[in-house]
Structure formats: structure tokens, C-alpha cells
Design a protein around this ligand. Structure first.
Ligand code: CA
Length: 245
């Protein structure tokens, strides 16, 4: 196997994942289309009974939840999500055809973060999705990621350390972005291959070591501390204490 890796898949690592729970197929498709255009990864479920399994198998970053569903109702799904540790903080926007103030109060009482009455304007819903994600995932949405004197500017695709430009290849850039978004978490070589290179990539795990080595070399000059941590037998992490003195 070659140590020369193909370029990583774009946007696979940092795009927030939105679960659309809606039984009206046309509306579900419309939402998926618009969410994907905003750069999100979208999963769709049409029956309330399928939601729990979906949440467990593919955890989303936000849920758009219709109130009236076949199977378990949106209201009950939201109540159950709030009762469970794994989904307690998960942002939820409830959709409903009812516009009564009392219904809205019920929706918010079970823990929905926002509540939108049908028919709604798609751009307005997209704005609410964005606002909620910005609050819930500041690091994943932010245009700029910073740790100590290391800055990664997503819009300009630029990395700087202590004010100087750091030139990275596309793979090193994606690696740094991925680790910086998840400071302190340790990823195995296999996990990094899945997330940074893409699941279809059949690459030797040593490739990861090669690219981490290049990233390290590019990031640190002289006696500057190394922000990347090698965890023996486990993998790599961006040091969460980096830059905290
Ligand atoms: Ca419905």
C-alpha cells in the first residue's frame, strides 16, 4: 500500500448533522434540500417510532421535529429526548400546524428550543437552525478556530501561529481543523482515516503518522511547544491545555 494519500473528502468532518423528523414527504424533501444547500448533512425519518433508533445510531447535532407524526408524537419524542443524558442538550426545533399560544407553551414546556408554525418561511427556519447551532456548537460553526497562538481561519483557509503564516497541504489542514474542533479528544489512526480521509479510503494507517509528522513540523518552530499529543497505543489529540500557560 502506498503512503501517498488522496486528498481528503471536503466538508465531511465539520458539517453539522441535522435530523428531519417529518411525515409529509414533500416538506421533508424541501427541508433536506435547503439544509443541504446550507452545507449540513441531513438524515430523514418519517415515523415517530423510528426516531429513537436513529438518534442512537447516527447522533445528529440538531433535530427538526414535527409534532403530529405516525407512531410516537413529536411532543413525546422531545420529552423522552430531554429525559435521556445523551440527548438532553440536543437542539430541537418543533414544527406544528397548530398555532395556538397554548400549544406553543406545551412544546416549549417539554424542552423544545424553538417552535415554528406551519406554513413557515424556509429562509426563516434556516436562520433559526443556524442560530441554534451557533449556540450549541460554537467551535464547529465558527469561521475561526483558535488555541493559544494557533489560529485557523476557515473562510480564508489560512493557518497562523504567533502571527506568522503556516503553509499546510490540504490533508494537514483538514487534520488540524478536525483535531482543533475537538480539542482534547483522542482519535485512533483508523478514526482519523474515516473522518479526515473518508470511509472509502483504503490507506495504510501509517499514512496518518506521516501527515501528523508533517503537520507538527509545519506548526512548531524552534522551542515552540507542540500542540499535538501522541497518545501511545491510542492515537492523536490536539492538546486541550495548549496555550493555557
Ligand atoms: Ca405531520
Amino acid at each position: 500500500m502506498s503512503l501517498i494519500a488522496p486528498s481528503p473528502r471536503p466538508s465531511a468532518t465539520s458539517a453539522p448533522r441535522v435530523l428531519v423528523v417529518e411525515d409529509e414527504a414533500a416538506l421533508s424533501l424541501l427541508l433536506a434540500y435547503n439544509l443541504e444547500a446550507e452545507g449540513y448533512v441531513v438524515d430523514r425519518v418519517e415515523n415517530g417510532d423510528a426516531v429513537e433508533l436513529q438518534l442512537a445510531e447516527v447522533p445528529p447535532d440538531l433535530v427538526i421535529l414535527d409534532w403530529m407524526l405516525p407512531g410516537v408524537s413529536g411532543l413525546e419524542i422531545c420529552r423522552r429526548m430531554r429525559a435521556r443524558e445523551a440527548t438532553r442538550q440536543l437542539p430541537v426545533i418543533m414544527l406544528t400546524a397548530r398555532g395556538e399560544e397554548s400549544e406553543k407553551v406545551r412544546g416549549l414546556a417539554v424542552g423544545a428550543d424553538d417552535y415554528v408554525v406551519k406554513p413557515f418561511s424556509v429562509p426563516e427556519l434556516m436562520a433559526r437552525v443556524k442560530a441554534l447551532l451557533r449556540r450549541a456548537l460554537p467551535e464547529r460553526i465558527a469561521g475561526q478556530l483558535t488555541a493559544g497562538d494557533v489560529e485557523l481561519d476557515r473562510e480564508r483557509h489560512r493557518v497562523r501561529r504567533a502571527g506568522r503564516d503556516i503553509h499546510l497541504g490540504p490533508t494537514e489542514y483538514r487534520l488540524l481543523e478536525f483535531l482543533l474542533e475537538r480539542k482534547g479528544r483522542v482519535f485512533s489512526r483508523g478514526q482519523l482515516l474515516d473522518h479526515v480521509w473518508g470511509q472509502s479510503a483504503e490507506i495504510d494507517e501509517r499514512t496518518v503518522d506521516v501527515h501528523v509528522g508533517r503537520l507538527r513540523k509545519a506548526l512548531s518552530r524552534g522551542r515552540e511547544p507542540d500542540p499535538l499529543r501522541t497518545v501511545r497505543g491510542a492515537g492523536y489529540a490536539f492538546d486541550e491545555s495548549f496555550g493555557r500557560g
